[in-house]
Design a protein around this ligand. Structure first.
Ligand SMILES: [Zn+2]
Length: 456
C-alpha cells in the first residue's frame, strides 16, 4: 500500500482517502490507474499548486492490487488456501445471503477490513471494469423497492443527495468527446443488488440496524486461525463514502488506449485516454472530501494603506455563505465582514474565476512589520441535506456530509481528528523602502502560513 501525504505541513487534521485498484483480478485497468496515480502525485508534488495543496490537505492510501493472485492469473476471484475460488466483493460481513456466515474467506477482504480498522477513512474509490458506471450505495438486497412490474430499484441512503451530487461531479471529470459518457447512480439501479459487497459494508455495516444488515461474526473455512475480535471490534466509526468506478467496458483495454502524460485535464485532447480521465476523476474526488480555503498571498500591493488578502475555496461544489474574520494589531476582538451570501459562489479547484479578495483597512508603518490573524468562515454544499426518503429514516451519517452540514464538527479516531472548525491564518507583512519606492514582502511564506492554527 502506498501512503502519500505532505507530512511536514502544519495541518494535522487530514482526512484519509482510500483508493482500491483491482479487487477482481481480470478487471485490469484499476491497477494501472493506481500506479499512474502514484506517479502523477509524486512527480507533480512541489511544482503543481493543486497537487501540492492536495497532499497538504489529504492523506491518500492506495492499494493497486487487492487481489494480486487473481491479477496474476487474470481471473476474477481469489484462489484460497482450500483450493476454492472466492469473489472478494461478495466476501464482506454485511447483508449476507440467508444468514451465510462464510464471510472474510479471502485475503483481499480481510486485508481491506484491516485497512479500514487501522485508519480513519473518510472517502474511498474502488475500481472495477466490464462496464462503465460510477456507482454508490445502496447496492444490497436489504434496501430495495420492487415495483408492480417487478423492477428492482435501490431505496435512498441517508446520504443520497451527497452521493448523487458528488457522483455528478465525477461524471463531469470523465466526460470527453473521445469517449461515451458514464452514468452515476445507486449500484442496484445501474447493475443489480448483491450480498456482501465492499461499498455497502464500508458505508453501512457499523450503524445500519435494518433487517439482514449487520453481521457480527464470520466463520470462514480458509486461512486458520480466524478470530472474530480481530475484525469486529473497534469498527463503529466506519461509515465511508465509497464509490465504485466501473472504469471501462473492456476489462483489459490495450495500452494504446491509455492516453499519454501531459495535461491530464484536457478532456478533449488527443492525449486523453483511460488513464488521464480516471486520474481526473480520482483527484477530483480526493479534493471533494472536505471544503478547504486556499490562501494566496498576493504578489503585489497597490498601495501601503491597506492589505489585499486573496483566497479560493476548494473541495466543494457550491458556496452558500462566506465571510472573513480578522484581528488587527492592537484590536481586542475579531471583525467579521460578509463576502458572499445566498449561494452565489462556486468552489472548484478547476474553476479559476472564483478567487475571493478582501482589502484589509490597515496601514503597515514604514520599516516595520505587522501580524494579521484572519479566518475564512463558510458553509458549502448545503443542498446535500435535501433528503426526501432516507432508508433507514435518519439524518446523514457520512463524514463527508457531517463536515459540510454540521457546524464546528469534529471527530477523533485513532488519535486522528477531522474537523471543520475554521482555520486561523497568520500573515506577517513587512514594509520596507521609502517614498515612492515601497515594497511589501511576506516573511518566509512556506512556514508563516498556518503558523497559528488553533481553534477557540
Ligand atoms: Zn469487478
Amino acid at each position: 500500500m502506498a501512503n502519500l501525504t505532505d507530512s511536514n505541513f502544519v495541518n494535522k487534521n487530514k482526512p484519509q482517502v482510500y483508493f482500491s485498484g483491482t479487487v477482481h483480478g481480470n478487471e485490469r485497468l484499476g491497477a494501472n490507474v493506481a500506479t499512474y496515480l502514484i506517479e502523477y502525485l509524486v512527480t507533480n508534488y512541489g511544482t503543481d499548486p493543486f497537487v501540492t495543496q492536495l497532499l497538504r490537505e489529504r492523506e491518500l492510501l492506495i492499494t493497486p492490487f487487492v487481489n494480486p493472485q487473481g491479477y496474476y492469473a487474470n481471473r476474477r476471484e481469489e484462489l484460497t488456501d482450500i483450493g476454492q475460488y472466492y469473489d472478494i466483493n461478495r466476501d464482506f460481513p454485511y447483508n449476507r445471503q440467508d444468514g451465510d456466515t462464510r464471510c472474510l474467506s479471502t485475503v483481499g477482504a480481510r486485508a481491506t477490513v484491516q485497512i479500514f480498522r487501522n485508519n480513519f477513512i473518510v472517502g474511498a474509490l474502488t475500481f472495477h471494469a466490464g462496464m462503465e458506471i460510477i456507482g454508490y450505495p445502496w447496492g444490497s438486497f436489504n434496501h430495495i423497492s420492487v415495483s408492480e412490474s417487478n423492477e428492482i430499484t435501490a431505496t435512498e441512503t441517508p446520504d443520497n443527495q451527497m452521493f448523487a451530487r458528488i457522483g455528478g461531479a465525477l461524471q463531469d471529470q470523465v466526460h470527453s468527446s473521445r469517449f461515451k459518457d458514464i452514468p452515476s447512480g445507486e449500484m442496484t439501479d445501474l447493475i443489480y443488488p448483491c450480498y456482501g459487497s465492499l461499498d455497502d459494508w464500508a458505508y453501512g455495516s457499523s450503524w445500519d440496524t435494518s433487517q439482514n444488515s449487520r453481521v457480527f461474526e464470520c466463520s470462514p473455512l480458509t486461512y486458520p486461525p480466524f478470530r472474530n475480535e480481530d475484525y469486529f471490534t473497534d469498527v463503529d466509526y466506519i461509515r465511508t463514502s465509497l464509490y465504485i468506478v466501473e472504469a471501462s467496458d473492456n476489462k483489459d483495454p490495450p495500452s494504446s488506449e491509455f492516453g499519454s502524460r501531459g495535461d491530464i485535464f484536457c478532456h478533449d485532447c488527443n492525449s486523453d485516454g483511460w488513464i488521464p480521465r480516471h486520474l481526473r476523476l480520482s483527484l477530483s474526488y480526493f479534493d471533494l472530501i472536505q471544503p478547504y480555503p486556499v490562501y494566496d498571498f498576493p504578489e503585489y500591493f497597490t498601495d501601503y494603506e491597506s492589505i489585499l488578502l486573496t483566497w479560493r475555496l476548494n473541495g466543494c461544489l457550491t458556496i452558500n455563505y462566506m465571510a472573513i474574520e480578522y484581528l488587527l494589531p492592537g484590536a481586542s476582538s475579531y471583525h467579521r465582514e460578509p463576502i458572499l451570501q445566498n449561494g452565489l459562489g462556486y468552489c472548484n479547484w478547476q474553476n479559476e474565476q472564483t478567487v475571493f479578495e478582501y482589502d484589509l483597512p490597515v496601514e503597515v508603518p514604514m520599516n516595520s512589520e505587522i501580524e494579521i490573524l484572519f479566518r475564512i468562515i463558510f458553509r458549502a454544499d448545503q443542498d446535500f441535506a435535501n433528503q426526501e426518503h432516507p432508508d433507514p429514516d435518519m439524518s446523514q451519517v457520512t463524514y463527508i456530509n457531517n463536515l459540510r452540514l454540521v457546524e464546528n464538527y469534529s471527530e477523533e479516531v485513532h488519535g486522528r481528528t477531522i474537523s471543520n472548525v475554521p482555520r486561523l491564518y497568520s500573515v506577517i507583512v513587512r514594509r520596507t523602502g521609502s517614498g515612492n519606492n515601497v515594497n511589501f514582502a511576506e516573511i518566509d511564506p512556506e512556514t508563516n502560513r498556518y503558523i497559528n492554527q488553533f481553534s477557540e
